[in-house]
Design a protein around this ligand. Sequence first.
Ligand SMILES: [Zn+2]
Length: 190
Amino acid sequence: MKEGNKGLEIDSKSKELIKKWQQQADSLKKKHPKWNAAKIQKEMKKRIIQDAEAAFSTKSGKAYIEEVNAHLKEVEDARNRAIDGIMAYMGKTSPEAIATVLFELDCGCIRACAVSKKGKPMGEMIMVSGKQVEKDYECSICRDDGGADSKRCVRKAIIWPGEESELPSDEFRLDIGKKVFGDDYSLDDI
Ligand SMILES: [Zn+2]
């Protein structure tokens, strides 16, 4: 019930704003009969941005931003913990691997595989949840498709073990990246 009220409140506020902007656009058109649609749109964009900035500087706007930031940080922390766990696991099970390939899925899970010096997959493909989860948690989306649907992959990356100073050269990383992901892999992906 509480959630429903909250949703309704935001919705009516948005409606009010849209109505206000429509009225402003109408009055601009009356005041400046020579302005075309693009010119009115440009002026309205300025006003809409001003309204948004004013809304975000209010107490509830700030609380909203803080909530969003806290959520994003939580997601990032969970991802970093998952990657740390994957790298520790790979270090134990495939100590001779030079790197680990990650396939991050839209559900928050990560598939990972160790890579050999020749850029070939080695060992098993493992699956880790990137979400903060309960014990015994199982991702229902991955349970159904095995996490193998390439359309659900939102990010691919190669993680190199060790400190930044231990990183292999750009050329070597580029070469391995091309072997793993194909010729589209570029220096920007490193
Ligand atoms: Zn999943």
